[in-house]
Structures are given as C-alpha cells and as structure tokens.
Design a protein around this ligand. Structure first.
Ligand code: SIN
Length: 268
C-alpha cells in the first residue's frame, strides 16, 4: 500500500502509518464529483482499503447519489431497509437496548452471496459519547505475512460461506430474547450452504483448525485499525480484502448509522 501523505490537486489523503486506512478531506460529497476527482477517491480507496470523509452531513438522496458514483447498489438481504429507501439500511441501537450490537463479530458483508459487495458505505448520524468504534482488519497484509508454504496450502482451498448462522430460522437472531430496534428478517433462504462454515473437502475439525488459525492471524493487532466515529462521517471500505467488527461499549446511548453497499463481482 502507498504511504504517500498527500495527492496532487483536488483531494487531501492522510493515511494511517501502516498504510491501511486513510482520511480524505477537501471534498463536498453532497455534490457529484467530477470524473478526475472521483478517480482520485477510487485510487485512495484502492490504496488504503478503508477511507473516511469527515464533516459530510449527507441527506439520503446525497448518500445514494455518492454510492452510485462508486458503483451500482448491492443487494441487502435479511434486514428491512428504511421506508421508501430500499438501498439504505439504518443501523440503530436505542439507549435502552440490551440485544448485542449489530455487526459484533468479525465478518465481511454478505460474504455468502454469489457476488458479495465490493464496497460498504457507512454514514454516522448519531455517535455515542463512548464506544461504538468499528475495527477493520487488513486481510491483504495478513496474507502477505504468511509463509510461502501456508499460502500454497490456502491457495488451493475453497471456503464454504453460509448465512444460516446469523440469519437462519435456527440462527443467532432467531434465538434472540432481547428486543432490537432493527428489523432482522430471519429466513429459510439463509439455510443454503453459504458463510465461512467450513472448507470444501475437509472435515469439520480440519476446517475449524485452519479457519481458527486464519481468524486469529487476520485479527492480530498489527493488522487491525480501530476507527473512531464523529457525527456526519462517511466511511467506505473494500469489502473484499477487509474484515470488520462493530465494537459495543455504548449501552445507555443512541447510535444511528446509515449503510449502503456497492455490488461486487463473483470471486474466482
Ligand atoms: C457493519 O457490520 O456493517 C456495521 C459496522 C458498525 O456499525 O460499526
């Protein structure tokens, strides 16, 4: 990843020291970006995988319009979207909510889809005074740090992804006893064989050993960036080469985020 602190012309990119994650300023995302500026944003996103734009008070229309400048909308299953906004999910947790905060587990969004999203965009509306960070893991750097022998082993493997664990009729959300503001739609559709449930051609024990190693490896401190939110910040991550984890720690406080996704290609 590039370590360049600034880019010429339109935008100012300030990367984290690791090169993973960068702040972008000098833009007004409420207006359509000229093609050369958009190209710079996309290049910064490709270089740093997670980019965030502070001080962007966007309306729903503006969030949708910026998302569409990145690419066509992805398909968001299992969660009821905002009324009249089929492409915006509201991630809302009320101050008195006891249910575990949404996204509290390492994942990439909708990885069980044939073509998972290329990008996720998350816009902060109400940020709690404590907690509520999002952690991001740099899977590209984690892969680079593996031995050649391990890379060779992994390169020949195919993981099985499934939505059943969280969203199936016997899944985590279906068994929840605490009230939740967000409307999760548990479904038999989630029971299809898709989510990192195993590795093709391996026993459960073999899969668990390899996947367990990988999850531990990818989420080591050196690969993780802890993102702190301020209200009206838009963050966009590459959903193909990162994992993320929504940290809790804000019981008693409201947190409201609006999320869109950009369609990706089928992995091969
Ligand atoms: C998510 O998993 O997409 C939500 C992340 C967050 O709310 O911080």
């Amino acid at each position: 990843m590039s370590q360049t602190a600034t880019r010429p012309s339109h935008i100012h990119v300030t990367p984290n020291e690791s090169g993973f994650g960068a702040e972008i300023t000098g833009l007004d995302l409420s207006q359509p970006l000229p093609p050369d500026v958009l190209a710079e944003v996309k290049q910064a996103w490709a270089d740093h995988a997670v980019v965030w734009f502070p001080d962007q008070p966007l309306t729903h229309d503006q969030l949708e319009a910026f998302t569409l400048q990145i690419g066509p909308f992805g398909h968001d299953p299992f969660i009821a979207p905002m009324e009249d906004r089929p492409h915006i999910l509201e991630l809302r947790r009320a101050p008195d909510e006891k249910a575990r905060n949404f996204g509290a587990g390492w994942h990439s969004d909708w990885s069980f889809q044939d073509a998972p999203p290329a990008a996720t965009l998350l816009h902060s509306k109400v940020v709690p005074p404590v907690g509520g960070d999002t952690l991001y893991a740099d899977c590209a750097r984690a892969y680079d740090a593996l031995s050649g022998t391990m890379k060779n082993l992994l390169d020949g493997l195919v993981a099985i992804h499934s939505a059943a664990l969280p969203y199936g009729t016997k899944g985590v959300f279906a068994q929840e006893t605490e009230a939740r503001t967000m409307k999760i739609i548990v479904s038999e559709e989630a029971e299809s064989p898709v989510y990192t449930a195993g590795i093709e051609g391996m026993t459960q024990a073999e899969s668990a050993a390899i996947l367990g190693f990988l999850y531990n490896h990818m989420t080591r401190d050196e690969f993780v960036y802890r993102h702190k939110w301020r209200a009206n910040m838009l963050t966009m991550w590459d959903n193909r080469c990162t994992l993320h984890f929504a940290d809790g720690g804000y019981d008693g406080h409201l947190r409201v985020m609006h999320r869109t996704t950009v369609a990706g290609d089928a992995p091969h």
